[in-house]
Design a protein around this ligand. Structure first.
Ligand code: RM4
Length: 253
């Protein structure tokens, strides 16, 4: 049980990678609070799975792009579960769109959710961890797209590069407090974020062909790497970036 007695908070915890990590943390012994937007029933699905693992569970609805959401999430989770030991900044969007006619509102929303939302949440979690004086682990969901581009992701890839950089700088700022900050860089993981994009058989076939392990990722593929970074197994790991992409990034030919 890598996270016995710990409290783990996850943003975007009602679906996809966030949901998988929330449930995985509970199965490693942690109580879990999730932030989410949208369908309450999907958040409930996460809570049911966490409770089935014998752990406490809390869901707090809120848009991470609104600064106050972060403080409210931390306050409600701390009141209910006693504190924050691990924080996973996962919430993100990727509304695929061509570059030349990209609407300003699409760019703005993507930056606000993916980068500013991550910043507000990580800052609020760090403040709580510092006040607890027992260190902690912060994990942010960057992406392979922090390192390479996408024709229909000109608004999105800079945010993922920004999240990676945020973890590097936060690692420096928070090391003195015993708080570790690391980035996970998923490859193409099938979730709601790309279900429409991958519904194109040619796109799906191309992405699979780019992957040495021969398949696209699934949310559960991120659980092990996240548990590692969350746990004391990674006690000397901070400012790091871990690709979880089936080998896609290195596959030129
Ligand atoms: C990831 C990567 C994947 C895409 C998702 C939305 O960073 O670019 O290929 O499906 O974003």
């Amino acid at each position: 049980m890598l996270l016995e007695g710990k409290t783990v908070l996850v943003t975007g915890g009602s679906a996809g990678i966030g949901q998988a990590i929330a449930i995985g943390a509970a199965r490693q012994g942690a109580d879990v609070a999730i932030n989410f937007v949208g369908d309450d029933s999907k958040a409930q699905e996460t809570l049911v799975q966490v409770r089935q693992a014998g752990r406490k569970a809390l869901a707090v609805k809120g848009d991470v792009a609104i600064p106050e959401t972060a403080d409210r999430f931390i306050a409600e989770a701390t009141d209910a579960l006693g504190g924050v030991d691990v924080f996973v900044s996962n919430a993100g969007i990727c509304p695929f769109h061509a570059f030349l006619d990209m609407p300003p509102e699409t760019v703005d929303r993507t930056v606000q959710v993916n980068l500013l939302g991550a910043y507000y949440m990580v800052q609020a979690a760090a403040r709580q961890m510092v006040s607890q004086k027992r260190g902690g682990s912060i994990i942010a969901m960057s992406s392979i797209s922090a390192l390479v581009g996408g024709e229909f992701q000109t608004h999105y890839t800079p945010t993922k590069a920004g999240v990676l950089s945020l973890m590097q700088s936060a690692a420096i700022a928070l090391g003195k407090h015993g708080i570790r900050c690391n980035a996970l860089l998923p490859g193409t993981i099938e979730t709601d974020i790309n279900r429409e994009d991958l519904s194109d058989p040619r796109k799906r076939e191309y992405m699979e062909s780019r992957t040495p392990l021969g398949r696209l990722g699934e949310p559960e593929d991120l659980v092990g790497p996240a548990m590692f970074l969350a746990s004391d197994m990674a006690r000397y790991v901070t400012g790091a970036a871990l690709l979880v992409d089936g080998g896609m990034y290195v596959n030129l030919q």
